[in-house]
Design a protein around this ligand. Structure first.
Ligand code: FAD
Length: 507
C-alpha cells in the first residue's frame, strides 16, 4: 500500500484530536479491535481502515458527528453507517473516516412499535439499526408481520432499504422499499428530517434504494399484514428452460396483493452437481439418489420454489388452493417436493444454513457474489451464454444460484433503486461461497459473466452494485443519474456519507 502524504497524516491526526473534543468522545472507539471489525465485511474481499468507530446510543450522537464533519470544512473525512456489514465489497466502510456502528443503538428505545390506523391498517415503526428478525419477533406478538421480508433476516432495516430488499415475496408486494410509509433520516448536513411521499418527498424517494448516499435511516414506518402460522413449502424441478420461465412468469402474474388464496412466495434456483451442497439439504435423504441422477442426466436443472402461507382460518382450504395455483405446471413429473413447516421456520431457512456453515467453519470465508437484474427478453441468452457456457463449463460455482422473475410494476421509479426497463426482469444471483483459496477464480468467472452481458448488449442492472468509475455509475443509473447527483448535492453536499459505495468518492 502507498505511503500516506504527510499532509494527509497531519489531517488524520487533527481529526482524531478534534473528535475527542466532541461531546460524543466517550462513544468513539479507536482501539484495534473496533477498527478491525469495521474494516471488513461479509464479502471478505475489500479492507478499508477507518479512523474511528462511533457507537451511538441515540440519534443525537449521530447528528453531532455528521454536523461536526459537515461544518469542519477543512476536514474532508467521511462517515459510513454500518448495519451488520453484510455487504460484499466494502459498501459500509469508510477509509480514514468514521464508521457508525448502527447496531449499538438500543433496540428497546429505538425498536419496533406496532400500530393500527384506518388508512394504513397495521403498520410498524422500526429502528434503522434493527435486524429484520427482531422486527419480525416483535410484530408476531401482535399477530402481524412485515409484508416483504428478505430471505435472510439477520440484515438491518437501514441496510436493506438502502438497496431494495428483495425475496420471493417481492413479486406480490414489491421490494421492501416499496412498503415504507415514512422515515426519519439524518442527512449529510446533520439535519434530522421526517420524510414520506407527502412530506420532504424528495428525501424520501432519494433514500429508498439510495445506497446510503443521502442520509442515515433512523426509523422507518413499514407495512404489515396478518401473520400466518404455517407454510406449504414446495420445490419443483425442470429440465426444460422455456417451461421453467413460462411457469415462473405465470406464477408471478396470477396474484394480487390482497388475494388470500394467492401464493406468498416465488423464487427459483439452478441445480448443478457442483453446487449440490447448497440445494440438497432441503430434500429427504431417500430422494437424494434420484435427484443426483437427474442432475447427472441434464447437468443443469431449474427449480421453482414457492410457498403458500396459512393459518387456522385457511387450514382447511390451503391444499385445494395450492393445487389450483400449481395446476398445469410443466415440471418434471414426480419431481415435486413439499414440506409443511411453521411460518417462522420457513423464514429462518437461511439462518439454519448459516449455523450449519458456521459449524463447519465455512461462514467467515470470502463471498465474491454477483447479483444482476436481467430483462426478461434476454434471459434465454443468459441461460445459454452464462449458465451453460460459463458456469457449467468452469464448474467452480458453489453456493446458491438464485434465478427468478420480479414484476417491475411493483417498484416505484421515483426511488433511487434502478431496474431493467421491462415489465418483468429476472434476478440472477451467484451467491458464491469460496474456500479460502479460490475466490479469485470465482471473481474471474464473475468478470466473464459481466463481459458476456456487455458484449451481447444485455441491459442488466447490478443489485448491490459495485462500480469504481463515474462512467460506470452513470450507466448504472441511466436517466436517473442526473437526479441522483442533484439529490446528493442537496442532501449530502460535502459527500460525507457511505463512501464505500465509491459513487462520489473515488479515492
Ligand atoms: P451494511 O452492509 O452494513 O450496509 C450496506 C449499505 O447501507 C452501506 O452503504 C451502508 O453505509 C448503508 N447503511 C447501513 N445502514 C444504514 C442506515 N441505517 N441508513 C442509511 N444507510 C445505511 N438482500 C436482499 O435484498 N434480499 C435477501 O434475501 C438478502 N439475503 C442476504 C443473505 C446474506 C447471507 C447476506 C450476507 C446478504 C443478503 N442480502 C440480501 C444483502 C443485504 O441486503 C445487503 O448486504 C444489505 O447491505 C444489508 O446488510 P447490512 O444491514 O449488514 O448493511
Amino acid at each position: 500500500m502507498a505511503e500516506k502524504h504527510p499532509t494527509a497524516s497531519l489531517l488524520t491526526n487533527s481529526l482524531h484530536h478534534r473528535l475527542l473534543s466532541l461531546p460524543i468522545a466517550n462513544k468513539l472507539h479507536f482501539d484495534s479491535e473496533s477498527i478491525r471489525a469495521a474494516s471488513v465485511d461479509y464479502g471478505l474481499i475489500v479492507r478499508e481502515i477507518p479512523k474511528a468507530v462511533l457507537r451511538p446510543s441515540c440519534p443525537e450522537d449521530i447528528m453531532t458527528l455528521v454536523a461536526f464533519m459537515y461544518n469542519e470544512s477543512s476536514i474532508p473525512f467521511t462517515i459510513s453507517a454500518r448495519g451488520c456489514g453484510h455487504s460484499i465489497r466494502g459498501q459500509a466502510m469508510a477509509r480514514d473516516g468514521v464508521v457508525v456502528d448502527m447496531t449499538s443503538l438500543d433496540n428497546k428505545q429505538h425498536g419496533t412499535t406496532v400500530s393500527y390506523s384506518q388508512s394504513l391498517g397495521h403498520y410498524a415503526d422500526v429502528g434503522g439499526q434493527q435486524l429484520w428478525i427482531d422486527v419480525l419477533e416483535e410484530t408476531l406478538k401482535h399477530g402481524v408481520a412485515p409484508v416483504c421480508l428478505t430471505d435472510y433476516l439477520y440484515v438491518t432495516v437501514g441496510g436493506t432499504l438502502s438497496n431494495a430488499g428483495i425475496s420471493g415475496e417481492a413479486f406480490r408486494y414489491g421490494p421492501q422499499i416499496n412498503n415504507v410509509y415514512e422515515m426519519d433520516v439524518i442527512t449529510g448536513t446533520g439535519d434530522f428530517m421526517t420524510c414520506s411521499p407527502e412530506k420532504n418527498s424528495e428525501l424520501f424517494y432519494s433514500v429508498l434504494g439510495g445506497l446510503g448516499q443521502f442520509g442515515i435511516i433512523m426509523r422507518a414506518r413499514i407495512a404489515l399484514g396478518r401473520a400466518p402460522k404455517r407454510a406449504k413449502w414446495v420445490r419443483m424441478l425442470y429440465s426444460d428452460f422455456s417451461a421453467y420461465t413460462m411457469d415462473q412468469e405465470r406464477l408471478i402474474s396470477r396474484h394480487r396483493r390482497d388475494q388470500d388464496e394467492a401464493l406468498n412466495y416465488v423464487e427459483g434456483f439452478l441445480f448443478m452437481h457442483r453446487n449440490s451442497d447448497s440445494w440438497i439439504p432441503f430434500f429427504s435423504p431417500s430422494d437424494h439418489p434420484r435427484l443426483m441422477s437427474l442432475v447427472a442426466e441434464h447437468e443443469l436443472l431449474y427449480c421453482i420454489e414457492v410457498a403458500k402461507y396459512y393459518d387456522d382460518r385457511t387450514q382447511s382450504t390451503v391444499d385445494k388452493d395450492l393445487e389450483i395455483l400449481l395446476k398445469d405446471l410443466n415440471h418434471v413429473p414426480e419431481f415435486r417436493f413439499e414440506k409443511d413447516v411453521s411460518y417462522v421456520d420457513f423464514l429462518s431457512r437461511v439462518r439454519v444454513e448459516e449455523l450449519e456453515l458456521r459449524g463447519r467453519g465455512l461462514w467467515n470465508v470470502p463471498h465474491p457474489w454477483l447479483d444482476l437484474f436481467v430483462p426478461k427478453s434476454r434471459i434465454a441468452d443468459i441461460n445459454t451464454g452464462v449458465f451453460k457456457n460459463i458456469a457449467l463449463k468452469r464448474n467452480i460455482t458453489t453456493g446458491y444460484v438464485l434465478f427468478y422473475p420480479l414484476n417491475k410494476n411493483k417498484w416505484d421509479d421515483r426511488m433511487s433503486a434502478v431496474t431493467p426497463d421491462e415489465d418483468i426482469f429476472y434476478t440472477v444471483e451467484f451467491l458464491h461461497s469460496s474456500g479460502f483459496g479460490d475466490w479469485q477464480e470465482l471473481e474471474l468467472q464473475n468478470k466473464e459473466v459481466l463481459r458476456f452481458c456487455e458484449d451481447n448488449g444485455i441491459k442488466f442492472k447490478q443489485y448491490l452494485p459495485n462500480y469504481s468509475t463515474e462512467r460506470e455509475w452513470m450507466e448504472h443509473f441511466g436517466p436517473k443519474w442526473r437526479t441522483f447527483q442533484e439529490r446528493k448535492a442537496q442532501f449530502d453536499p460535502k459527500m460525507l456519507l457511505s463512501p464505500g459505495q465509491r459513487i462520489f468518492n473515488h479515492n
